[in-house]
Design a protein around this ligand. Sequence first.
Ligand SMILES: Nc1nc2c(ncn2[C@@H]2O[C@H](COP(=O)(O)OP(=O)(O)OP(=O)(O)O)[C@@H](O)[C@H]2O)c(=O)[nH]1
Length: 341
Amino acid sequence: MTERLFDFKLPLDRKPRLLLVDDLPLNIQALHQVFAADCQVLMATSGEQALALCARQQPDLILLDLMMPGMDGFEVCRRIKADPALVDIPVIFLTADQDEATEERGLECGAVDFVTKPFRPSVMRSRVKTHLTLKFQTDLLRQQALIDGLTGLYNRRFFDTRAQAELQRAQRNGSSLALMLVDVDFFKRYNDHYGHLAGDDALRAVATALRGQLRRPGDLAFRYGGEEFAVLLAETGLEGARLVAQALEAAVRALAMPHARSEAAPVLSVSIGGVCSTAAQDLTLADWMLQADQQLYLAKAQGRARALVEPLAAPGTGDGRGLSLRPASPAGHAASASDGR
Ligand SMILES: Nc1nc2c(ncn2[C@@H]2O[C@H](COP(=O)(O)OP(=O)(O)OP(=O)(O)O)[C@@H](O)[C@H]2O)c(=O)[nH]1
């Protein structure tokens, strides 16, 4: 009986996905036998097929034959490494060519390893095990760097990257986008009254409530910092954004966590301020944040425990939506974010 490929717990609730690419079905069959027990094995017999499978199934590792008719392994590897969605998938080249220059060229175009055919199954398994382990460790570190430790939501760092990307996408496609800031009401008093640990529990509960309301893949919640959260709704117009905002606000109140020191409600509540654009608007993320912050300030000023979402105002229109009420600045948020634990 062969030794199992993994003797440690994988940070996955599925088997590793291994893509085998070779124009000769016999070669694929031989590799399939080596890995079928431990991996979900995907198979392609051409470069084009391999790229299509990659885009659809995101394999964890690719064993790629170098010499194939049509698109050869070098080109497949080059395309994978040029695609931001695929670049992190390790590629191991398989070839009968023992030439040093070929090996050099393969490694230069981004492959992590090079195995010559005919291969020894035990060596093949060891190499695959090494590269899958490295891949999972890197994935885990990358993921941890984007997750807030207290709530498990995405953190401020990921918000900055993701919001910028969504903004650019909306501007490019003229699609709608909503951005909301969610702030827990009288949270300093909550901490003072119930203690910091209870405060932490409350933040976790709010995070869960927010996440529970976001069902579409383009809807994302982040812990922006401290007791403030951010929500991005891709491809969502004003009406939809308002509905989601009301649902988020109601979901937090429905937690029914008593807040004896709140003037907004007898229970823990949030105020939400948001903006929504339905056409390409040439505004920066800082402009969006400023306007969402102004709506949040208005929601607070109107009594808290409520949500206000307005269309994004054009730059310099000075329509006065809260502009005179608060010298708001995203830098203010940046300051509060710094204590985000
Ligand atoms: N327990 C806990 N408290 C936090 C955390 N991060 C920030 N806070 C607290 O959140 C409180 C935020 O207080 P303020 O910014 O004054 O806001 P607020 O009391 O909610 O008042 P309003 O927003 O005007 O309703 C501060 O007391 C912070 O110490 C955290 O991770 N855990």
